[in-house]
Design a protein around this ligand. Structure first.
Ligand code: ADP
Ligand code: MG
Length: 271
């Protein structure tokens, strides 16, 4: 690796490009445990960025700091240049951050179609009340919503399951539905926590294809993934976390060569 490449792969690297999301020296502790320890990286607009690292590295906690589930002890998270750390999850979502969870949060007692419609309604909040005050527009708003549900069902190839209850879906199908619920909110950045973990290989390929297609249409994607091959095959940029720190970030082929990354994955990296 050249000196330049090493610099590009160094921790705390920013992309120097057009950052949609900036994570700046974020720290989150639980009692005495430092779960996130100065994490710093950028997510470039319209990129697919992968966040990788061994179990317990702090990836999910960092997602929670970005999406308002946790308030960081210190550090900043910026979206389009505006600080969003400490905002509520609803406020972060309203600003255009959509996220899925390691364990899908879909409604088992609602149909697939209802799950999607409900996600959009939940997001519009008080705006959803406005049409009620203008009775004439109710039907057209409802029609628009159903059209968007149909488009999302088609995009995710879930049409055939539209009227099934959430409880009838496989784990992989539930992950697709959760992605659908996020898409119904029309987010600027889609954050996914281990979207393909536990998903069968053909559904994994489907899901990764959908993500690439969304990216082709200009969406920014940040996803946590444990499997190096998935990350290396689908990401423009990779951020490696270990012991709460962002060890390295850069294009996959450069990060892959980074000795510290290799050591972290071989389990030989201990401070
Ligand atoms: P990863 O997603 O990379 O596997 P996590 O962010 O889930 O890692 O966890 C990082 C560390 O923080 C782990 O040691 C985990 O046990 C701890 N941790 C995560 N969430 C909590 C919590 N709510 N309370 C206490 N400790 C937590
Ligand atoms: Mg996790």
């Amino acid at each position: 690796m050249s000196a330049d490449d090493t610099a590009a792969a160094a921790g705390a690297a920013t992309t120097g490009g057009d950052a949609l999301l900036e994570v700046d020296d974020v720290v989150k502790t639980f009692g005495g445990l430092v779960a996130v320890d100065g994490a710093t990286f950028d997510v470039e607009r319209a990129s697919i960025t992968g966040l990788i690292g061994p179990n317990g590295a702090g990836k999910s906690t960092l997602f929670n700091c970005i999406t308002g589930v946790h308030r960081p002890d210190s550090g900043a998270v910026r979206l389009n240049g505006d600080e969003i750390q400490g905002l509520s999850p609803t406020a972060v979502a309203r600003r255009g951050v959509g996220r899925t969870f390691q364990t899908p949060k879909t409604f088992r007692g609602m149909t697939v179609r209802e799950n999607l419609a409900f996600a959009a309604k939940g997001q519009t909040g008080e705006r959803a009340l406005a049409p009620l005050l203008r009775a004439g527009t109710v039907r057209s708003e409802e029609r628009d919503l159903q059209e968007r549900v149909d488009e999302t069902l088609a995009f995710l190839e879930l049409d055939h399951l539209a009227d099934e209850y959430g409880s009838a879906l496989s784990g992989g199908q539930r992950k697709l539905l959760e992605l659908g619920r996020v898409l119904m909110m029309d987010p600027e950045i889609i954050m996914l926590d281990e979207p393909v973990a536990g998903v069968n290989p053909s559904l994994t390929d489907d899901l990764l294809d959908r993500l690439e297609e969304l990216n082709d249409r200009g969406r920014t994607i940040l996803f946590i993934e444990h499997d190096m091959d998935v990350v290396m095959g689908h990401c423009d940029r990779v951020v490696v976390m270990h012991n709460g720190k962002t060890l390295a970030s850069g294009p996959p082929e450069i990060v892959q060569e980074d000795e510290r990354v290799v050591e972290a994955y071989l389990g030989g990296y201990d401070e």
